[in-house]
Write a protein that binds this ligand. Structure first.
Ligand code: ZN
Length: 280
């Protein structure tokens, strides 16, 4: 593992980060809007967006806040694929695939300063946090989904906080268990857990060094926050599938798609995807 201060100029992480930017460019070429939120050193922190159709909700999906959690980045990129976007046509999207590019490059949880971005939300000296905070001003989302991974967990679990609506965590884990084992422990990270679902109290995050992004999100930017944690010990494909299933359940709850589930709708979607001019 590379030290954050000695960022390598070549090597597998650099190749992988370049692939992340290539995938972002590819997604932008399909009609998504590209914004640069800020920079971590020389690396831009990018968001891809698509406006919601009238009456449809807007959601935020983020990955790679911790640089050593690649499945979150891969899942955030996967949901930008035309097939996925077509499946949830009309939904408004903001996707930040890699919040912490310097950490991703170095393979470290923290950024180049060694800061844990997820728990540095009140720090003014963390560029990734500043970029995110500036961009978030005045924005609200139907849900916020922040993909993470856990190096120690034997299975998938998620944190859920929801205001003004029924929790959906059990629906998610019921789906995910078909593709990825769950963490069945009754206590995870200090919180009581039931079938892989933790419902923490944002006012009482135990043993954390500062205000976290999750706390800020649920206080100011959404009524529904879900943070899935995939087990890093399993293969990448399984972890990405578990993340995407989480997104599928949330999207279905907040924005049931009129074309989903009908044969005609699927055929129309397939025809649009196959057309050379297909896609918005
Ligand atoms: Zn994480």
């Amino acid at each position: 593992m590379s030290s954050a201060s000695g960022v390598p100029r070549t090597g597998p992480h650099l190749v992988a980060l370049r692939q992340v930017y290539a995938a972002i460019d590819q997604a932008a070429a399909t009609g998504l809007n590209l914004h640069v939120l800020g920079h971590a050193g020389s690396w831009p922190i990018m968001a891809l967006s698509r406006p919601a159709a009238p009456g449809r909700p807007t959601v935020l999906v983020t990955g790679g806040t911790h640089g050593d959690e690649p499945a979150g980045v891969a899942a955030a990129l996967a949901c930008l694929a035309p097939e996925f976007q077509e499946r949830w046509r009309g939904l408004g999207w903001h996707v930040i695939p890699c919040v912490n590019p310097a950490g991703y490059l170095a393979g470290t949880r923290g950024n180049a300063q060694g800061a844990d971005i997820n728990w540095s939300y009140e720090r003014d000296d963390v560029p990734e946090v500043r970029a995110l905070r500036d961009w978030l001003v005045g924005r609200r989302f139907a849900f916020v989904l922040d993909f993470h991974e856990d190096w120690e967990s034997p299975g998938y679990y998620l944190y859920e906080m929801r205001r003004g609506g029924a929790p959906v965590g059990q629906q998610v884990t019921d789906r995910v268990r078909a593709v990825c084992p769950l963490n069945a422990a009754e206590t995870i990270e200090g919180w009581p857990a039931r079938r892989g679902v933790l419902t923490p109290d944002p006012a009482a995050e135990p043993g954390r060094p500062g205000v976290g992004i999750p706390v800020a999100m649920i206080r100011h930017h959404t009524d529904h926050l879900v943070v899935p944690e995939t087990p890093t010990s399993l293969d990448l494909d399984t972890r990405v599938r578990a993340h995407l299933l989480t997104l599928e359940v949330l999207a279905a709850v907040h924005a049931p798609s009129p074309s989903r589930g009908t044969r005609a709708g699927r055929l129309r979607a397939a025809a649009r995807a196959a057309s050379p001019q297909g896609g918005p």
